[in-house]
Design a protein around this ligand. Structure first.
Ligand SMILES: Nc1ncnc2c1ncn2[C@@H]1O[C@H](COP(=O)(O)OP(=O)(O)OP(=O)(O)O)[C@@H](O)[C@H]1O
Ligand SMILES: [Mg+2]
Length: 266
């Protein structure tokens, strides 16, 4: 499988104020090498503060690494060196899906408005309303007509996440970086959202980086996985291998927390 995105020796330092005049350099991310391949779900798992979100933000171009490069092969460019125009094109291809879909939807606007926006912004030249309906179907909000004029507060957490996904899908992305996308929805609907991610991989060929604390979810949804601890990758590989035969002590700890991680889904 060929590479779409590759992080090559990526570092990120933070400058933290430690006193009135004192500042300190603090290593955030340390020599991360990572790739997202065509048509896969790749997991990134690890505890709080490990650096998952920082890595995700660097991948989508919201945060610049201190050192290293992030190659995007379909454009043949290093994300860290892209011009504003190139970044705009890149962001149509590579999208972030947030943890909390509530804060990413505007409470004063309808579902239709939210999904139309990227289409208008990127000058979609077809029937916009038809496309919105098609996108609602793709994220299994049906019948679509019932959702068009609803406001975010009239939707459940899972439905809001689907609306947000429909909006992201409007631009035909190649890669989604999903940072804890189901942690704010009920356990009962998590599984169906995870199914949706798999369907996007299988039917639309979208690659997904799936970020979570929970290695059991990774076992359910991902093909490969990176285990991140304190800003470094401590283990990587095929999901089944990593979960059934972890080599690193930290991975062993993560897999011990759940009794049977390979079959549990929430
Ligand atoms: N702007 C910043 N300034 C200083 N330190 C930061 C900044 N952003 C992140 N960090 C630090 O980088 C480290 C990694 O944070 P990050 O949010 O990426 O962790 P995470 O793995 O996403 O955690 P969680 O699972 O809780 O979401 C943390 O120690 C955090 O304090
Ligand atoms: Mg995070």
């Amino acid at each position: 499988m060929s590479k779409l995105i590759e992080l090559i020796h990526v570092y990120k330092d933070f400058i933290v104020r430690t006193g009135l005049l004192r500042k300190e350099h603090r290593p955030g991310i340390w020599d991360v090498n990572m790739e997202i391949r065509e048509n896969e779900i790749v997991g990134m798992v690890g505890g709080s503060g490990g650096g998952k979100t920082v890595i995700a933000w660097m991948i989508v171009g919201l945060l610049k690494p201190t050192k290293g490069s992030i190659m995007y092969y379909p454009m043949g460019l290093d994300v860290t060196k892209m011009s504003k125009k190139e970044l705009r094109r890149y962001r149509a291809d590579v999208n972030l899906v947030f943890q909390d879909p509530y804060s990413s939807l505007d409470p004063t606007h309808t579902v239709k408005w939210h999904i139309e926006r990227p289409l208008k912004l990127y000058k979609y030249n077809g029937d916009i309303e038809e496309r919105v309906v098609e996108l609602l179907k793709e994220v299994s909000l049906s019948p679509p007509e019932e959702f068009l004029y609803k406001y975010p507060f009239q939707l459940s957490g899972g439905q809001r996440q689907r609306v947000y996904l429909a909006r992201v899908l409007a631009l035909n992305p190649k890669v989604l970086v999903a940072d804890e996308p189901v942690s704010n929805v009920d356990a009962s609907i998590r599984a169906s959202l995870l199914e949706l991610f798999k369907r996007l991989r299988d039917e639309k060929g979208i690659s997904i980086m799936y970020i979570t604390h929970d290695i059991a979810t990774i076992g359910y949804v991902a093909d490969r996985v990176y285990v991140v601890k304190q800003g470094r990758i401590v283990e990587e590989g095929d999901v089944e291998r990593v979960i059934t035969n972890p080599q690193n002590e930290y991975t062993k700890l993560l897999t011990k927390v759940v009794p049977n991680p390979y079959t549990r889904i929430d």
